[in-house]
Design a protein around this ligand. Structure first.
Ligand code: 5GP
Length: 192
């Protein structure tokens, strides 16, 4: 998606060898028009899969999941939580996920009633790196008897194994922009 690629090029920052910082429009400050157009594009790519709901994980996946779900006809968004609360239902699906950005293991959880058995689920996330977050969400869907109809990602780090592994599993995965690598703080984008 050209607009996203341009935003990454002009406003993104490469940190070290493998972190893409896009706080200016996606992860801290949100450029709302861009996010709605990104959601519209993911919706266009997955509309034919007829999802019933969009699943993401808090916090940074929520904005893109929301705009995608809106573009798909105001579908509900369910976001997996990373911490247990006193109001949490005892009937939860949960999975362990190693966080790439926080360098620690989180348990992600969803109240099973929000993932009704048989639902067609579109997973959406802002980034795809090792694929842990997406695989964790797939595990939640397996526990609740839901069908994952696809995975829509904002930015895929093509130099990390997540995308390759998910595609090898036969999942329909589509990313709006693919980063090929980082060189001297410069983000190198893969060709469209
Ligand atoms: P994975 O589970 O695929 O390794 O990582 C995906 C999750 O880690 C995303 O939900 C995203 O929040 C975070 N993440 C992974 N790599 C990056 C990155 O380079 N930049 C940012 N901002 N977040 C990332």
């Amino acid at each position: 998606m050209k607009e996203l690629r341009d935003a990454i090029r002009t406003q993104g920052q490469g940190i070290g060898l493998d972190v893409v910082k896009v706080d200016m429009f996606l992860n801290h400050r949100i450029e709302t028009g861009l996010l709605f157009r990104m959601g519209g594009e993911i919706a266009r790519r997955f509309r034919e899969e007829k999802p019933d709901l969009v699943l993401t994980v808090e916090a940074s996946g929520i904005a893109l999941a929301l705009t995608t779900a809106h573009a798909l006809g105001d579908l509900p968004v369910v976001f997996a939580k990373k911490s247990a609360t006193v109001v949490q239902s005892p009937d939860v699906a949960q999975a362990k996920v190693y966080s790439f950005t926080h360098k620690r293991e989180n348990v992600i959880r969803v109240d099973k009633k929000y993932l009704p058995q048989g639902s067609r689920v579109l997973i959406v996330d802002d980034f795809l790196a090792d694929g842990q977050a997406c695989q964790g969400m797939m595990a939640l869907c397996a526990q609740t008897g839901c069908q994952v109809v696809g995975i829509g990602v904002g930015i895929e780090k093509g130099f990390m194994p997540g995308g390759k592994n998910l595609r090898a599993m036969g999942v329909k995965l589509s990313s709006l922009a693919v980063v090929a690598g980082i060189e001297d703080g410069q983000i190198i984008l893969a060709d469209d």
